[in-house]
Design a protein around this ligand. Structure first.
Ligand SMILES: Nc1ncnc2c1ncn2[C@@H]1O[C@H](COP(=O)(O)OP(=O)(O)O)[C@@H](O)[C@H]1O
Ligand SMILES: O=C(O)C1=C[C@@H](OP(=O)(O)O)[C@@H](O)[C@H](O)C1
Ligand SMILES: [Mg+2]
Length: 190
């Protein structure tokens, strides 16, 4: 019986959190993993650990395209197939084919916030090289305009403005329970 329970636990699909910088993917992902009893991974942290250097250094030395290649490798071969809540870096789903790959591997929740909220949540933090510019508000507006169509088709949408993190985690947890049951039922042979 204990064995059967363990086997069932092993089959839980990954939950990927995607969305723009500052929407709360890393923070909410940690809380969600605790609630769901799953491992938490952050693509940014995994890349930094594997590279032995922080993201701004990778961008400065190697450029953004190289960082996107590291994200590609993380998704395709750098993380477990199941049982994980994965907080993705904000640009990870913008490369062609990445959304499809995440959806093939699990469930995808996309977090949203207004440009004002994004600015207030990211200002004063130098760890996001794309926002280390003279006018971060303008950069946020430009990047959002470019990326929003991609985020809108990336997965189930969750709005985070004026929402306590615990509420966001609860909403996504409900989505995960509902959709993972549906997935498991679909996979069961008739
Ligand atoms: N719903 C929220 N309400 C208030 N602050 C938040 C919320 N979500 C995230 N934050 C804060 O915003 C900052 C960025 O969050 P983070 O999880 O790093 O975002 P992301 O990984 O999407 O870039 C952190 O300081 C975090 O505590
Ligand atoms: O949106 C992006 O292109 C990026 C988002 C960052 O992660 P967060 O979304 O967790 O800030 C990090 O991967 C890198 O600075 C690039
Ligand atoms: Mg993050």
């Amino acid at each position: 019986m204990a064995d059967r329970k363990q086997t069932a636990a092993k089959a839980r699909p990954n939950l990927y959190l995607v969305g723009f910088m500052g929407t709360g993917k890393s923070t909410v992902g940690r809380a969600l993993a605790r609630r769901l009893g799953m491992q938490h991974l952050d693509s940014d942290r995994a890349i930094e650990e594997a590279q032995g250097r922080p993201i701004p250094d990778i961008f400065a030395a190697e450029g953004e395209a190289y960082f996107r290649k590291l994200e590609y490798d993380f998704v395709h071969s750098g993380h477990p197939e199941s049982n994980c809540v994965v907080s993705c870096g904000g640009g990870l789903v913008t490369a062609p084919g990445m959304i499809e790959e995440l959806k093939r591997r699990g469930l995808v929740a996309c977090l949203f916030a207004s440009p004002e909220t994004i600015l207030s949540r990211t200002k004063g933090n130098a760890n996001r090289p794309l926002l280390n510019v003279a006018d971060p508000a303008q950069r946020i507006a430009d990047l959002l305009a470019e990326r929003e169509p991609i985020y809108l088709q990336a997965g189930a949408c969750f709005y985070t403005d004026h929402q306590p993190m615990v509420e966001i985690a609860r909403h996504i947890e409900r989505y995960y329970f509902r959709e993972s049951r549906r997935l498991t039922a679909k996979e069961k042979p008739r």
